[in-house]
Design a binder for this molecule. Structure first.
Ligand code: F6P
Length: 546
């Protein structure tokens, strides 16, 4: 079925041609109110989207596209517990995990909120006991270190949030995250730890993920050989939807925190998967993060589309991906503690919207999810910004920055903010050949040298950015930020008519890795049907080890 995007394409391309008649620089010069018109505020968070290749006509057409695509209807279906994840026949209710209202949320007629609250209250008790030293290791030692073993959604969210909220740890234990099946990851982590004082959280929605199970067994052996087999239960807890498999592993039900199949792995930091975050920063701060996300949920549900932050971010992404064909989107936090935010968003966005088939099983007729990437500023400025400023691809980017830092260290923060704002200004304005030439002339360079050098100093400008300015990176702000991007990804998935909540694309590699394992271990020959490259690599691998 042709999508609303297909139907609107000609009009949007026409609007692109019109909007390109003036640069952003000219648009700002002609319109003193541009900043006021293209912004949204939520509490102490500001989204400035005025530095985009847009005008009123573009924004109206994009809002019409959202309406025609049924964004509001699909949003309401998601929030009310409809099974919108059709390939897995599941509701999509991460918003229930952070529902701070007393509204019931029904899945197949049953209110899920009592179960959600029960798990949160068990987490609260456990977190207090671990942080307070009431739950201790097998030899009576307080836990000084907690290791979360998980991967993908069972790692990226908690890891990112723990780092982001590190000023709120209040004397809690040190947190470690082990995800990779590469033994170097767990070996390097355990090397620094005392088994008597170490608690492991095995976090896996399915409790079958090879990386996590392999690391969990290694951790179990480490505790067993240091403290004896009987010590194992005291040093482990688990987070999963598969309680039977957790019990098989040997973790008692009193140490298991559950969640439900209506929570996708990459959307799961709000419930039991957030346990390490809650241990790291205390339960009150974890709850503040939930409240921040809930606030964004309400904004998403209630604000008109034209003043709705996730809707606007989503539509701008569509504008650049489908109307301009820009392939990537950068996320550039000027906030060192958001260092893992781009990696977190990679899973959120690329696992959700990296799809080529529509809900009805047909091939999509347009591009879907962009490549998402990024690093904190100012580091990126000294690495890849060259390409963002002068490269041949245009890379729309989000800049994130706090008004108030946690550290009052001389003028660090003023310099950080100045850099952040200067980058978006430079990307928007650029520098013309005349300006570059005039600058060189002022330095009294010889005319022939000026002529040779000036073209290299030209910046095309007109490069789009959003700026998200928030008061400070506290739990509430972090909750709002994560939920903002979750809903942005949702809006785009609706417009692309894809299922943002499954991830079949990760399966083939898993299947082939299992099939290859015996040959890699030297227990079997590669299958006959295997291609020559794979067979050759297995043989070369064994030759190098001989
Ligand atoms: O392989 C992808 C994936 O299924 C992600 O969607 C998920 O977050 C991750 O693996 C981990 O899965 P689990 O929590 O079941 O171990």
């Amino acid at each position: 079925m042709p999508s609303a995007l297909d139907a609107a394409l000609a009009q949007l391309l026409d609007l692109r041609a019109k909007v390109e008649k003036t640069t952003m620089r000219e648009k700002f010069a002609n319109d003193g109110k541009r900043f006021d018109r293209f912004q949204v505020r939520l509490d102490d968070m500001l989204l400035d989207y005025s530095k985009n290749r847009i005008d009123d006509a573009v924004m109206s057409a994009l809002i019409e596209l959202a309406k025609a695509s049924g964004v509001a209807e699909r949003r309401d279906a998601m929030l009310s517990g409809e099974a919108i994840n059709i390939t897995e026949k599941r509701a999509v209710l991460h918003t229930a995990l952070r529902n701070r209202s007393d509204r019931a949320i029904l899945v197949e007629g049953k209110d899920v909120m009592p179960d959600v609250r029960e798990v949160l209250s068990r987490m609260k008790e456990f977190v207090g006991q671990v942080r307070g030293g009431d739950i201790v290791g097998s030899a009576g030692h307080k836990f000084t270190d907690v290791v979360n073993i998980g991967i993908g959604g069972s790692d990226l969210g908690p890891y990112m949030a723990t780092l982001a909220l590190s000023p709120f740890s209040g004397g809690g234990p040190r947190m470690h995250y082990v995800s990779n099946v590469d033994g170097a990851h767990i070996a390097d982590t355990l090397r620094t730890l005392d088994p008597r004082k170490t608690l492991f959280i095995v976090a896996s929605k399915t409790f079958t993920t090879s990386e996590t199970m392999t690391n969990a067994m290694t951790a179990r052996d480490w505790i067993g050989s240091a403290l004896g087999e009987a010590a194992v239960p005291a040093h482990f807890c688990a987070v999963s939807t598969a309680l039977d498999r957790v019990t098989e592993f040997g973790i008692g039900l009193d140490r298991v925190f559950g969640f439900w199949d209506w929570v996708g792995g990459r959307y799961s930091v709000w419930g039991a998967i957030g346990l390490p975050v809650a241990i790291a920063v205390g339960f009150e701060n974890f709850e503040a993060m939930l409240s921040g996300a809930h606030e964004m949920d309400r904004h998403f549900a209630e604000a008109p589309l034209e003043a709705n932050m996730p809707v606007i971010l989503g539509l701008l992404g569509i504008w650049y991906r489908n109307i301009y064909g820009f392939p990537t989107h950068a996320v550039l936090p000027y906030d060192q503690r958001l260092a893992r935010f781009p990696a977190y968003l990679q899973q959120l966005d690329m696992e959700s919207n990296g799809k080529s088939v529509t809900l009805s099983g047909e091939g999509v007729t347009h591009a879907t999810g962009p490549i998402v990437w990024g690093e904190p500023g100012t580091n990126g400025q000294h690495a890849f910004y060259q390409l963002i400023h002068q490269g041949t691809d245009v890379i729309p980017a989000d800049f994130l920055v706090a008004a108030v830092p946690h550290e009052q260290l001389s003028d660090h923060h003023a310099k950080l903010v100045a850099n952040c704002l200067a980058q978006t200004e430079a990307l928007m304005k650029g520098k013309t050949l005349e300006e570059a030439t005039a600058e060189l002339e002022a330095s009294r360079m010889a005319p022939e040298e000026i002529e040779a050098l000036a073209p290299h100093k030209v910046f095309p400008g007109n490069r789009p950015t959003n700026t998200i300015l928030y008061k400070s990176l506290d739990p509430k702000t972090l909750g709002r930020l994560i939920a903002l991007y979750e809903h942005k990804v949702f809006v785009q998935g609706v417009i692309w008519q894809i299922n943002s909540f499954d991830q079949w694309g990760v399966e083939l590699g898993k299947q082939l890795a299992s099939a290859l394992l015996p040959a890699v271990k030297g227990e079997a020959k590669p299958a006959k049907a295997q291609d020559a490259s794979t067979k050759g690599l297995v043989a070369a691998f064994h030759a190098l080890r001989a």
